[in-house]
Design a protein around this ligand. Structure first.
Ligand code: NAD
Length: 457
């Protein structure tokens, strides 16, 4: 049996070791989940809702401990860990309010002895391969609606958020989810790959585009339902009529929150030439106020870079941009060890020949590009293979609506950024993904429609 070692990325210290799953244990857990699923699906919805309600209470009761574990294993500043857990509660409330209605039978025609109805049947056994950057959000976006709609869930948290994944699993089991119905699979890529070999009815993935393509390729011959929530290079445009200070403060937070390790972090900023200098000054002043330090301290805003290889990627993007003419306005370097950190970094005079403006940074590094017009901004925002989110800052709502209608992204923002709502679908366009979570459609996605044609005579 192999062992998974879990380190604190802010200190380099070994936190613990865990026995990892292997191909045989994954197969055994998948078979047990399949055996457990019909009884779970046969329960009245009210009983499954009560389980999730108890899970919610368990999260609230243990919130401080869960936040501490999250900070220790992925380096998220403790205040932001608490924010993630507190932010999960309204998502759970949304699922609790909406699940029953989302999968209720729809009676769509009655006449002349003919009745037509649509039923929403659970997929069966679904697998969730998850990312580490928001383990409670991305895990529960899948696990909770999948369970509520009667599925078994094979849950593989990221190897960088396994302890938090273990807490989610433990609290769900304590709330009444049968252990066999929702096993937690411990390990990295090899365990994820073993999961793909199982008989599964759906694969719900959150992670990088590169891994998403590998998973899609592996599953294609078996026609398994696939959802991919992948990376982004999310742009925002500050229009000539915007207030540069308000926009700069909002966008600095959008770029650097969670140490820039959010799928919907602001990754590219375009600013109209008429307020470029003012915007950059306010942006730099805001970033200068971000406290870098021990993620366990409440005031810390910039925490650790969770995956060590990302330090090289960030450094390479900065080097490439500087070689092509960018101006380094602050930061630019990894922080001294033993932990993994990177200075908040702002580059100006950037353009689309630079990797920084084309490929996901996933760290506290941002490029700010000057534009001459709305049309140029839209063209640059759409000059990307990704399409997760995009935003516009302006005082003019009609202009914002017109610009955002032209932008290719699953979510668009007026005067805000880095925002997810349980009431709205979360979907990536282009290389940012396939399918969606959240909203009513993000509950129905864990079911398949069954069409009933009933003739009484
Ligand atoms: P990753 O692709 O490295 O890993 C994601 C998961 O896939 C992990 O659990 C990993 O163990 C597993 N995995 C790796 N190789 C595998 C393989 N060959 N077969 C099966 N499973 C495999 O991504 P990450 O570093 O965990 O996450 C960061 C990425 O996730 C970023 O690109 C970010 O933008 C994206 N993300 C997207 C969203 C969204 O909603 N669109 C949300 C969060 C994160």
């Amino acid at each position: 049996m192999s062992i998974l070692a879990i380190h604190n990325p802010a200190t380099g210290a070994l936190l613990t070791t865990l026995p990892a799953d292997d191909a045989a244990s994954v197969t055994a857990k998948a078979a047990a989940a399949r055996a457990a699923q019909p009884a779970w699906a046969a329960l009245p919805m009210a009983e499954r809702l009560a389980v999730v309600q108890r899970f919610r209470a368990g999260l609230v009761a243990e919130l401080d401990t869960l936040a501490t574990t999250l900070t220790q294993e992925m380096g998220k500043p403790i205040t932001q860990s608490r924010n993630e857990l507190n932010g999960l509660l309204p998502r759970l409330d949304f699922f609790l309010e909406q699940a029953e209605g989302a999968v209720r039978d729809e009676h769509v025609f009655d006449g002349g002895g003919l009745h037509e109805q649509i039923a929403h049947v659970p997929l069966g056994v679904v697998a969730n391969i998850s990312a580490w950057n928001y383990p409670y959000f991305v895990g529960c976006n899948v696990i909770v609606p999948a369970l509520l709609t009667g599925n078994a869930v094979l849950y593989k948290p990221s190897e960088y958020a396994t302890l938090s994944g273990g807490h989610i699993t433990r609290l769900l089991h304590a709330a009444g989810v049968p252990a066999a119905l929702m096993p937690c699979l411990v390990g990295g890529a090899a365990v994820g790959a073993a999961l793909l070999e199982q008989r599964i009815d759906g694969l719900f993935f959150t992670g990088s585009h590169a891994t998403g393509v590998k998973i899609a390729t592996a599953l294609a011959p078996r026609l398994v339902k696939l959802q991919l929530e992948l990376g982004g290079k999310d742009p925002s445009y500050v229009r000539a009529d915007a207030d540069p200070k308000t926009a700069a403060e909002s966008l600095a937070d959008g770029a650097m929150y969670n140490t820039g390790q959010s799928c919907c972090s602001v990754e590219r900023i375009y600013v109209h030439a008429s307020l470029y200098d003012a915007f950059v000054q306010h942006f730099l002043a805001t970033v200068a106020g971000f406290k870098i330090g021990d993620p366990m301290e409440a005031a810390t805003y910039i925490g650790a870079i969770t995956r060590k290889p990302q330090l090289q990627l960030l450094q390479a993007q900065v080097r490439d941009a500087l070689a092509k003419g960018a101006h380094l306005r602050c930061g630019g370097h990894a922080l001294p060890g033993p932990g993994q950190g990177f200075e908040p970094t702002v580059l100006t005079e950037v353009n689309h020949t630079m990797e920084l403006m084309r490929e996901e940074s996933f760290g506290p590094v941002i490029g700010i590009q000057k534009v001459a017009s709305d049309d140029e901004a839209v063209a640059l925002m759409n000059d990307s293979r990704y399409g997760l989110t995009a935003g516009v800052y302006t005082r003019d709502e009609a202009a914002a609506r017109q610009l955002l209608a032209r932008v290719n992204a699953g979510s668009v923002y007026w005067n805000c950024c880095d925002r997810v709502s349980p009431r709205l679908p979360w979907s990536g366009w282009g290389d940012s993904g396939l399918g969606l979570t959240l909203s009513k459609a993000g509950i129905q996605t864990f079911t398949r429609p069954k069409a009933w044609h009933l003739r009484s005579a």
